[in-house]
Design a protein around this ligand. Structure first.
Ligand SMILES: O=C1O[C@H](COP(=O)(O)O)[C@@H](O)[C@H](O)[C@H]1O
Length: 283
């Protein structure tokens, strides 16, 4: 993997943080990361089940549509899901489907029958029920793996984009959806960010994945990134709320990788540098 330009930290067990100088570097490393997980999944299971999100991360999928990946990846084994969707028509500007279709799916040879988008012709409640049903059928035949620890679907990779309030997928700070233990998919009708109605994976599903990546870009996310990843140790954040959604992303058996630009990593790096200079102070 090309990592010479990224600064890498291992703050918690099973968690890695990669910090990049430019969007282009993120795109390059993310493409290599996804490609490696795809190859391993196809080799081990015969399928690659990936769940995507909306937000800026979609623009970082561009490198996968170019050489060498457009020719080397086994696209026929890819199965596409959404970690969340807004309850709008598929051609609406706020649709995560539309974003991913235009920027990614339209440019790679993934089979239409392998694209499990969320029904935009049903109520948000029915769409969530249908989506969970489809996932249950695919788990039964092991197109999607199953977690032996949690009995939840074990997606090969769930890609998330963190909002500046710390939300991931459509799981928002303080929302009761964060407490769900038995549902795989749920819906909300009171999103603090428009549109109000959304469908989302629950935390047990996200945390059961083999691999989870969280992308965060921009200085408006710096403090939240610090809250989400710090462990309260020296240089960590002692006031980090336990209920911050991004902080609640903790893989059960899998691995979490954060992809950050310098701006989003600024608070984290500043606190880490301050802690290092405190440790090395001489009396
Ligand atoms: O509403 C959503 O937002 C997040 C990303 O937030 P942003 O502020 O970085 O755009 C995205 O992960 C999620 O899929 C989406 O529905």
């Amino acid at each position: 993997m090309e990592k010479e330009t990224a600064t890498t930290y291992e703050p918690k067990k099973n968690t890695e943080i990669r910090v990049f100088e430019s969007p282009d570097e993120i795109s390059t490393d993310l493409a290599e990361y996804i490609s490696q997980i795809s190859e391993i999944s196809v080799k081990e299971r015969g399928y690659f089940a990936i769940a995507l999100s909306g937000g800026p991360l979609v623009s970082f999928l561009g490198k996968l549509c170019e050489a060498p990946y457009n020719k080397t990846l086994d696209w026929s084994k890819w199965y596409i899901f959404w970690s969340d969707e807004r309850a709008v028509a598929k051609n609406h500007a706020e649709s995560n489907y539309k974003l991913i279709k235009e920027r990614f799916l339209a440019k790679v040879p993934i089979l239409n029958g392998h694209v499990y988008s969320i029904n935009d012709n049903a109520t948000v409640e029915d769409a969530a029920t249908d989506y969970e049903f489809v996932i249950r059928q695919l788990v039964k035949v092991r197109t999607i793996g199953v977690s032996e620890s949690t009995d939840c679907p074990k997606f090969d990779l769930i890609l998330l984009d963190m909002g500046s309030d710390g939300h991931v997928a459509s799981l928002f700070p303080g929302h009761p959806a964060l407490e769900l233990k038995d549902d795989w998919v749920t819906y909300i009708t009171d999103s603090p960010q428009p549109p109000p109605e959304r469908i989302t994976f629950t935390l047990p599903v996200i945390n059961s994945a083999s691999n989870i990546a969280i992308v965060a870009i921009g200085d408006d996310k710096a403090e939240t990134v610090h809250l989400a990843v710090s462990d309260g140790a020296e240089g960590g954040h002692h006031d980090a709320p336990a209920s911050l959604p991004a902080r609640m992303v903790q893989p059960t058996d899998g691995k979490l990788v954060w992809f950050l630009d310098k701006a989003a990593a600024a608070a984290l790096e500043a606190k880490r540098d301050a802690a290092a200079s405190y440790e090395h102070r001489e009396y």
